[in-house]
Design a protein around this ligand. Structure first.
Ligand code: SF4
Length: 571
């Protein structure tokens, strides 16, 4: 549509709704994945009517994916929160003024031990606000941005190998060999896939993937697929040969779900001198790591346990001390809420069912302050809900997987909705422990002035290779178009999503007496999912399903997203 020279191709969402000269255009960055696409948002009378790909030769050229182009209506759904809410004595959430809501939130967070969870929607400035708020106002390193399955091995990997690193798209353009580990590029970071695909077509670049089966994308990339069972990746990765210092290893966030796999990836990268890059799925995760929204690091990769690094931050922040011990991870924080070791929680942009089936349970016992765009399972449990601006309604920066800053401007003016960092600054003032970040610009300035730490880094603690046992092991990942809430409100886009299927081997299909399209039920010890079958050349032990699609919500219905034993029977 964007490049159609005669305007014959049009989008149903935009068609006949405005003339180009009626629109106000704002340079933007896409909030939907870590590829970091440059965008343009076109607004008429306070409403986004369309988004177009910006032309950035170093990142997305003039392309973007369907999700980035069309998924923008989530901000105008009927469950949008526009006023603060406070839970009254009867347990009912009622509307409140900003001064009242901030006072109640400040009082609740000041009493006892508190922690912070911030999801992947946060901009770098917002994540910096959460990071500083945790240390200055709550005096804790109990903060984590990983609102998804995660591991201690991963935190060590991020804190030592990834923070401050820079592997760019141009390394892919020049690579002799790209290895994909726990990463389905076409679904999880489409412009990375496009850049890989270009090199495969142009010069036959070699691609190797460790995955349960040769997916559609792996076939397009003509990848050598090393078939593996979820949980067993490390044992395969360690044997990958033929890497050089021109090779690029791309690890997805899902590799954290397989013990020892990140350690194996680092080992093969080190021995060949190959580039190693981490590609999270969400747009905000790399920025949150750099901002220190994790229990091991202060901003700029400074270890929390390093006194010189703390002094650096103390003088910049004008505080006399900072917490000195490594903070809890997301799962530890959720457990501590459950046991009562942590009593209050500041949380923004987290869907508990992205983490675990029981993640919300601890929140029922705690004092919860939620910064949120729309109503959610968290806001239903929260004591105070503070409405925040969505990406189109604020300025900020995402840091993409390369570590490249992607700044964007406010496209829609909403005077009563503020960026998370501004609200955190108001809340810290109310608590009498100011963080002095009254604007997005002040947060960006302060964060940039800190720069990256040039002292000793966190030391990577490798983990031993894990292994799985069982007859049938679950594997899954998220599809680009799925049941994610940031796609809500766009029915035309939803219609283009891949249907949910269970991928099984021909051998298993034969034993079950099913063929393509027949239905099978996949059961764990907590629940079941029934889906049509797709037969593929898949690892014989594996059954693969979409992680978060219609009729296939793995964590909610099966209790885990991968690496668990399940049973498969004909439905
Ligand atoms: S590839 Fe990622 S960043 Fe680019 S438009 Fe699609 S979702 Fe957005």
């Amino acid at each position: 549509m964007q490049i159609c020279p005669v305007g014959a191709l049009t989008g149903a969402t935009y068609r006949f709704r405005a003339r180009p000269f009626d629109l106000v255009s704002t340079p933007s960055a896409c909030e939907h994945c870590a590829s970091g696409c440059d965008m343009r948002t076109d607004v008429r009378r306070g409403k986004t009517l369309r988004r177009l790909a910006g032309d950035d030769a170093q990142v997305n050229n003039e392309w973007n994916c369907d999700k980035g182009r069309w998924a923008f209506k989530y901000i105008s759904q009927s469950d949008r929160i526009t006023t603060p809410l406070v839970r009254d004595a009867q347990g009912v959430l009622r509307e409140a003024s900003w001064p009242e809501a901030l006072a109640v939130a400040a009082a609740g967070l000041s009493v006892n031990r508190a922690a912070v969870l911030v999801g992947g929607r946060a901009t770098a400035e917002d994540a910096y606000g959460y990071s500083k708020f945790a240390r200055v106002a709550l005096k804790t390193n109990d903060i984590d941005f990983r609102a998804r399955p995660h591991s201690e091995e991963e935190r060590s990997f991020l804190s030592s190998v990834v923070v401050g690193s820079s592997v760019t798209y141009s390394a892919i353009d020049k690579a002799d060999h790209v290895v994909l580990l726990g990463f389905e590029a076409e679904e999880e970071s489409p412009i990375v896939f496009l850049r890989l695909f270009k090199q495969v077509r142009k010069r036959g670049m070699k691609v190797t993937a460790v995955a349960p089966f040769a997916t559609r994308a792996n076939q397009k990339l003509k990848a050598d697929v090393i078939k593996t069972t979820a949980g067993n990746e490390a044992n395969e990765i360690i044997n990958i040969a033929g890497l050089t210092n021109k090779s690029v290893i791309l690890v997805g966030e899902r590799l954290a779900e397989s013990q020892g796999a990140l350690s194996a990836a680092r080992k093969i990268a080190d021995s060949a001198g190959a580039h190693l890059a981490w590609i999270p799925r969400r747009a905000g995760e790399r920025g949150a790591l750099e901002a220190g929204a994790i229990g091991t690091l202060l901003p700029g990769g400074r270890p929390v346990t390093d006194s010189a690094a703390r002094v650096d931050i103390q003088s910049a922040w004008g505080v006399s001390s900072l917490p000195t011990t490594v903070g809890h991870s997301t799962s530890e924080i959720l457990d501590a809420l459950h046991t009562g070791d942590i009593d209050s929680l500041l949380i923004g942009g987290v869907d508990p069912l992205d983490i675990s089936r029981d993640a919300a349970k601890g929140l029922e016992k705690a004092f919860v302050v939620s910064l949120e765009i729309r109503k959610s399972q968290i806001t239903e449990l929260a004591n105070v809900v503070l409405p925040v601006a969505a990406v189109a309604e604020k300025s900020g920066t995402f840091i993409n997987w390369e570590g490249r800053a992607r700044a964007f401007d406010t496209a829609i003016d909403t005077p009563n909705l503020r960026s998370d960092v501004r609200i955190l600054s108001m809340l810290a003032d109310e608590m009498g422990t100011p963080i002095n970040l009254p604007t997005v610009e002040s947060a960006a300035r302060e964060m940039n002035s800190l720069g990256t730490w040039d002292g000793a880094r966190v030391t990577f603690t490798p983990a031993n290779a894990g292994s799985v046992s069982g007859e049938t092991i679950l594997s899954s990942w998220r599809l680009l178009l799925d049941a994610g809430s940031l796609q809500d409100g766009e029915a035309n886009l939803a219609k283009t999503a891949h249907p949910s299927v269970a991928v099984i081997s021909a051998d298993r299909a034969g034993k079950l007496g099913v063929t393509n399209g027949d239905r099978v039920t996949i059961s764990s010890n907590v629940g079941a999912i029934t889906l049509p079958v797709e037969i593929a050349d898949i690892d014989s032990k594996t059954v693969w399903i979409p992680r978060n699609s219609q009729s296939s919500r793995a964590i909610a219905l099966l209790g885990a997203a991968s690496g668990i034993e399940v049973s498969v029977v004909k439905a």
